[in-house]
Write a new protein. Structure first.
Length: 451
């Protein structure tokens, strides 16, 4: 008996230590079993207390009266699927007649307390079916990406959502995006994750970094073009517009719109072209958009209008030509001048880290969801990397990218430097790795011997 007591005390102590120091390990060893039992045992009573049950139907009441049985109880939603995950539990519920997905979403906070879970979110899968995701611990406190993620061309896993699922940057679904964040908010780490995820893919990276290239130049081996001043950025954007026009001419020549050609074979963008004709897609990363929009003289104002016009044209027309925009900045507001709100309207994806003012949050999410604006301005300063991600559909999530050091991002870009395509239109802007640059940013052992 004494040995059993000692063993029990050791197990409880180990569980407490894991829950404090390693919540993910605790969840996989003890938490998932306890939480599953708690949810299954309490399910009917919790649903009744949260108002997620429906009264018995008339035919059930009539049958009870005929057979002289007790009045049947109210019925909760049916559990169609119950699945434990590495971060929590997933329940797929079949709604009863009269219930709505909004009822489940409105009761999420009550379900979280009732089931003693860290977080509860819900989404409608299809008519009458709702998926409830429960997290057993704070997955954003110490981000650990799953070992296996779904990968396909132009789809990059960049962060972890608060419900434990992976947040992807899918350029085929959301061509252009806006990323905001104050100094020390984690915006640069998010950008490094994005570049590191794109590096192994067959894609051309183009960077505009008007902070003299300090953010993007260390990753230069994987970039087909880089601009570090507004003047160079204006010329680079003009070259991208010319490339876009040339690609549209190629698509026109290969559309194959004869009446005998099936609809599926008619080309409308680069992804409909044959592999041997398809131009390489281009991702344009603008590190600080405000530096492109500011001016102090008439000449700078003309340059600024030229830059913004090119960005708007690429945002409006670039998707079919395989040109995608990633606009980043600390501040994004209408005071940056004409054309800024037009540019914002074309940026479907929105990500906001901690911002210093409500106006920037409104520029990111004001036309999407007021709740997302409130969540963005409530991000604490000590949680670097925490962000709100949304899109034009109105949905939004809390996300956090795993910490990636500049050294790790540089090593990834060096390792995949052989994938950097040479684009004739952008050849004048190809970064040159001089001896001074190589000394300032030492290359890894896995990097090629020559630039």
């Amino acid at each position: 008996m004494a040995a059993f007591t000692v063993a029990l005390v050791l197990v409880v102590a180990a569980a407490g230590l894991l829950r404090w120091r390693r919540p993910a390990w605790y969840w996989m060893t003890f938490g998932v079993t306890l939480a599953s039992l708690r949810v299954l045992v309490r399910y009917a009573s919790v649903m009744d207390a949260c108002g997620l049950t429906v009264p018995p139907s008339r035919w059930r009441l009539a049958l009870a009266r005929v057979t002289n049985r007790p009045v049947p109880d109210s019925r909760p939603p049916r559990i169609l699927r119950f699945r434990p995950t590495r971060t929590g539990l997933v329940l797929r519920l079949g709604l009863r007649p009269g219930q709505d997905a909004f009822d489940v979403a409105a009761a999420s906070d009550r379900l979280r307390h009732s089931f003693s879970m860290y977080g509860v979110t819900s989404r409608e899968v299809r008519s009458g079916v709702v998926e409830v995701r429960m997290t057993g611990y704070d997955v954003l406190k110490r981000v650990q990406m799953p070992a296996k993620v779904e990968t396909r061309p132009m789809r990059v896993p960049v962060a972890l959502r608060e419900d434990g699922s992976v947040h992807y940057r899918d350029y085929r679904a959301v061509p252009h995006a806006l990323t905001l964040g104050a100094t020390e908010s984690g915006k640069s780490v998010y950008q490094r994750n994005l570049v590191a995820g794109l590096a192994p893919m067959d894609v051309a990276l183009v960077g505009i970094d008007c902070k003299q290239g300090v953010e993007l130049f260390p990753l230069a081996r994987r970039f087909s073009a880089l601009a570090d001043t507004p003047d160079t950025a204006a010329e680079l954007l003009d070259a991208l517009v010319s490339r876009m026009e040339g690609i549209y001419q190629l698509i026109r020549a290969e559309q194959r719109i004869a009446s005998a050609v099936p609809d599926a074979e008619i080309a409308a963008d680069i992804w409909d072209l044959p592999d041997h004709l398809r131009p390489v897609p281009v991702v344009v990363l603008v590190d600080e958009v405000a530096e492109l929009a500011l001016f102090a003289s008439k000449d700078e104002e003309k340059r600024r209008d030229r830059i913004i016009t090119s960005l708007v044209r690429l945002a409006q027309l670039g998707r079919a030509a395989g040109i995608y925009l990633e606009i980043c900045g600390q501040r994004f507001g209408s005071e940056l001048g004409k054309g800024i709100t037009m540019l914002r309207a074309q940026l479907t994806g929105r990500t906001a880290h901690r911002v210093n003012d409500e106006t920037s949050a409104n520029m990111a999410f004001g036309d999407i969801s007021p709740d997302a604006v409130l969540a963005a301005i409530q991000i604490p300063a000590e949680l670097r990397g925490l962000a709100i991600a949304g899109d034009s559909t109105g949905g939004w999530h809390r996300i956090r990218a795993p910490h990636t050091s500049l050294r790790q991002a540089v090593n990834t870009c060096n390792r995949h430097a052989d994938r950097t395509p040479d684009l004739p239109e952008l050849a004048p802007f190809r970064p040159e790795l001089t001896a001074t640059a190589a000394t300032a940013v030492p290359l890894s052992k896995t990097a090629p011997a020559t630039a």
